[in-house]
Write a protein that binds this ligand. Structure first.
Ligand SMILES: [Zn+2]
Length: 106
């Protein structure tokens, strides 16, 4: 099993702090127990250097297995070499920038 890492003092622990400890973040759904692994570096690309606790709440992150929102926990993990063989990483495929025009009446 990967060793979970979490600092004693919560509150200002950002993705950049996490990246110093490990490359991997585990997101686990409290409802259906689905686990997915992400690269901390890529979470930073997607969300900026936010606090680790905030990551699952950005974009109203929804579990792709059961569809529940706000049921995701993020843990920074340091998987062993053996565990890394079994882990399936979820990587950034592409980032879409949406340009949207809002009209107003004068
Ligand atoms: Zn779920």
């Amino acid at each position: 099993m990967p060793e979970p890492y979490w600092p004693k003092k919560k509150g200002s622990y950002t993705l950049a702090d996490a990246a110093k400890v490990s490359r991997y973040a585990k997101l686990r759904c409290r409802f259906c127990k689905t686990e997915r692994y992400y690269l901390v570096e890529e979470l930073k690309v997607a969300f900026g250097n936010v606090e680790c606790d905030d990551v699952p709440y950005r974009n109203n992150w929804r579990c792709t297995s059961c569809g529940n929102r706000n049921m995701i926990d993020l843990t920074i993990v340091n998987p062993s070499a053996a565990d890394l063989q079994k882990i399936k990483l979820r990587r950034i495929d592409r980032i879409l920038y949406i340009r949207r025009v809002i009209w107003r009446d004068e």
